[in-house]
Design a protein around this ligand. Structure first.
Ligand code: SAM
Length: 323
């Protein structure tokens, strides 16, 4: 079992397989052209898998593949298959923008993927294009329908932004409800890479928008996560609200993050990380295990997205760590 320096059990690994993305979402990516990490600096799927085996052997039982956009990395189904064949009862999930999903959903399911979170910020083609800075909506919707058709469990993620997509909170909720899938509204997390003009809605504002149509009650927090469940009394539909601006979820945080370059990150907010790249390239599994334990020993107690510290901005790039 993996236990961090604050006595928390860590069993959840988020793996960003690429920082590259085919979208340029206003809340995530830099506006100016920037250069990607050279491909030779990235760990291969086999190298990432060497570390994943260590993490699984030590007690990780939940893995989420993310990015950047994970589907832009070729042969992702091979990587999923490696993990699934090593331990088939791992809760194996993927976060994607859905743009390339239509053609690969079946392959991912066959490889052993169980769950998918798909980002859907608007149902209006022009607004979706404004946020992603690309004409994306048709392909994303096709991806969502295909994922459901092949039997993958799907959740929708929306980041409501003032004056951009905040009028669509109820539309996205109904879209998810009609398909019997969960939607989670995510508070915009301030970060140094996002468009400087954007302002996110806070949790209270998101709930106010839903209360215009429905009566809602708070059901409780999803264990080990910043996500809260709410229920609509009129139809019993449950949705989620992800509110990272509070600290109360840090006390049982169970996650660590691995980037495509091999940086092992104990907390999404802070820059601290240690590299496992050399250890896996040298096949030094004992060293990889030691680095894992050291990162856990130094996992910060809590993030700094608190409401009191309103000027706080994380310098972490979400497209690198996977959000
Ligand atoms: N490309 C994939 C996608 O779009 O879902 C995976 C990577 S993306 C970084 C993972 C999640 O982080 C998405 O749901 C996205 O909406 C969310 N995200 C990215 N930047 C964010 C920010 N600044 N605040 C809140 N959520 C953010």
């Amino acid at each position: 079992m993996l236990i961090d320096g604050h006595g928390r059990v860590v069993n959840y690994l988020r793996v960003s397989v690429t920082e590259r993305c085919n979208f340029r979402c206003l809340y995530c990516m830099p506006e100016k052209p920037f250069s990607w990490t050279p491909k030779e600096n990235l760990l291969s799927f086999d190298e990432l898998f060497k570390f994943i085996k260590v993490a699984i052997d030590e007690g990780v039982n939940k893995i989420r593949i993310t990015g950047g956009e994970p589907l832009v990395r070729e042969d992702l189904d091979y990587f999923i298959k490696l993990i699934n064949e090593y331990k088939s009862d791992i809760d194996l999930a993927l976060t994607t923008n859905g743009f390339m999903l239509d053609s690969v959903a079946q392959k991912l399911k066959d490889a052993g993927l169980k769950r998918l979170n798909i980002s859907l910020d608007s149902l209006k083609p022009a607004v979706a294009a404004q946020i992603a800075q690309k004409n994306v909506l048709g392909s994303v919707l096709a991806g969502i329908e295909k994922a459901l058709e092949v039997g993958l469990k799907v959740k929708i993620n929306m980041v409501p932004l003032k004056g951009i997509n905040d009028s669509e909170i109820l539309d996205i909720l109904e879209f998810a409800r009609e398909r019997d899938i969960t939607v989670r509204f995510i508070e915009y997390m301030e970060n140094a890479h996002a468009n400087s003009e954007i302002v996110g809605l806070n949790g209270k504002e998101i709930l106010e928008a839903i209360k215009k149509r429905y009566t809602i009650k708070k059901v409780g927090r999803v264990p080990n996560s910043p996500s809260f469940h709410y229920e609509i009394l009129e139809n019993s539909y449950r949705f989620g609200l992800i509110d990272p601006h509070k600290h109360d979820f840090c006390e049982d945080c169970n996650r660590i993050r691995l980037t495509a370059e091999g940086h092992l990150i104990p907390c999404l907010y802070f820059d601290e990380a240690q590299s496992i790249a050399e250890a896996v390239r040298d096949d030094n599994i004992d060293k990889a295990a030691l680095i894992l334990k050291d990162v856990l020993a130094n996992k910060p107690k809590e993030n700094r997205w608190s409401e009191e510290e309103t000027n706080e901005k994380s310098s972490r790039a979400f497209y690198e760590t996977g959000g």
